[in-house]
Structures are given as C-alpha cells and as structure tokens.
Ligand binder design. Structure first.
Ligand code: FMN
Length: 190
C-alpha cells in the first residue's frame, strides 16, 4: 500500500488528484442555493441501470431546520466535524420495490447511488467545495426522524464545504489515505 497524496499518473485531473475527505470544515463558509441546485443536477445526470435512478437526497444547510433535526443523529465520530460543514446531504437508495418486504428494486441500486454521489462530489470539486462522504450516523433514527419510507435506505451522507485543514494535516488522522497500487488493483492487463 502506498500513501497517495499525489497520484503517480500525471493525467489525473488536478481536482481529483487534490481531493480528500476533510475532518474539519470552515464553520463560516456558506453554500448558496444555486450551488446546491447544481450538486443535485450533477446527481440527476448520473447514469443508472435501466435509468432506474434509485436515489433520493435530504439536503440540510447549516443553520436551517433540516440541519437542526439531522445533526443529533450523527455518530460521535462524525459529530466532531460534520456539523461545521456548509451542507449535509443524506444519500438514500431505493432498496426494495414499494410495498414488498424482500423484492430488490434493482441489482445495481447501491452501484447507482454511489455513482450519483460521485457525480455530486466531482461537481462540488468544480465549485471549489471539499466533500467527505461518511456512514457514521444512526440510520434507523434518521429514517424515523424524516419518515423515510421502508423501501428506502439512508445509505450515507456527504458533508460539503470548505476544508479547514490540508490533506496531510495530522488532524485528519482517522481516515486512511493509503491506496493500493495500480498493479494491486489490476487482475489482467496487457
Ligand atoms: C461509503 C463510504 C463510507 C465512509 N464512511 C466514513 C465514516 O463513517 N467516517 C469517516 O470519517 N469517513 C468515512 N468515509 C471516508 C473514507 O474513510 C475515505 O474516503 C478514505 O479513507 C480515503 O480517504 P480520502 O477520501 O481522503 O482519499 C467513507 C467513505 C465512503 C465512500
């Protein structure tokens, strides 16, 4: 495993090469409604199996009522930094066909949500926003708070904002930045 602060391949887009998951956000920095719209539009444009679009989002801007209701459901770890982010987005997946107990909506629902979130994250980079995706929250309590239907799952959250520290900062300890090498992630390649 290698620390991958700067990808070896020079052709990697600078925004992607510089991307990292901050564990500190500027608590004064605000994201305007137009930028929130563009993040959602980026997700909308993502491809999905059969164009199923098995995603929904809860959008909480720091200081608004949704944010106030959401923050208590963060885990202790994420509550150290996520509330300072300008925006918290809950990324939800449609896991079941509505009204069924065990009929999967799509074999690719998780894949599709991840791709929509990736689009959103890359759009954020374009807007100068840092992002940290995370799972550290109480999924059941959040579902109850926002009455998420039972065939949906609150899968992850993304904190968007302006990082208050550099990628290599010791305060970012906790999220590993190690990466497998190109060879290690390749089973076959001529
Ligand atoms: C699905 C998913 C869940 C994650 N959950 C957490 C989490 O609960 N807490 C956390 O601090 N980071 C979480 N992360 C961030 C990863 O730890 C981070 O992306 C990884 O360590 C690589 O670091 P980097 O994003 O800075 O390159 C999560 C990332 C993903 C994609």
């Amino acid at each position: 495993m290698t620390i991958c602060e700067v990808p070896a391949a020079p052709a990697v887009h600078p925004a992607l090469a510089g991307r990292f998951s901050p564990v500190g956000f500027d608590p004064e920095f605000e994201i305007g409604a137009a930028h929130v719209d563009s993040l959602l539009d980026a997700a909308r444009m993502a491809p999905s199996a059969g164009n199923g679009q098995p995603w929904m989002f809860l959008v909480a801007r720091r200081g608004d009522e949704i944010h106030r209701r959401l923050v208590p459901h963060l885990a202790r770890s994420s509550s150290m930094w996520a509330p300072d982010a300008s925006l918290l987005v809950v990324n939800c997946t449609q896991v079941l066909v509505e009204g069924t107990a065990d009929w999967a909506y799509s074999e690719f629902a998780g894949y599709d949500l991840g791709q929509a979130v990736a689009h959103m994250t890359v759009q954020g980079l374009h807007l100068g926003l840092d992002a940290h995706q995370f799972r550290a929250f109480d999924r059941d309590a959040l579902a109850a708070e926002f009455q998420i239907p039972p065939h949906w799952e609150a899968t992850t959250m993304t904190a968007f904002g302006r990082a208050s520290h550099a990628p290599g900062d010791v305060s970012s300890a906790g999220t590993s930045r190690e990466r497998a090498s190109r060879d290690e992630i390749t089973w076959a390649r001529d």
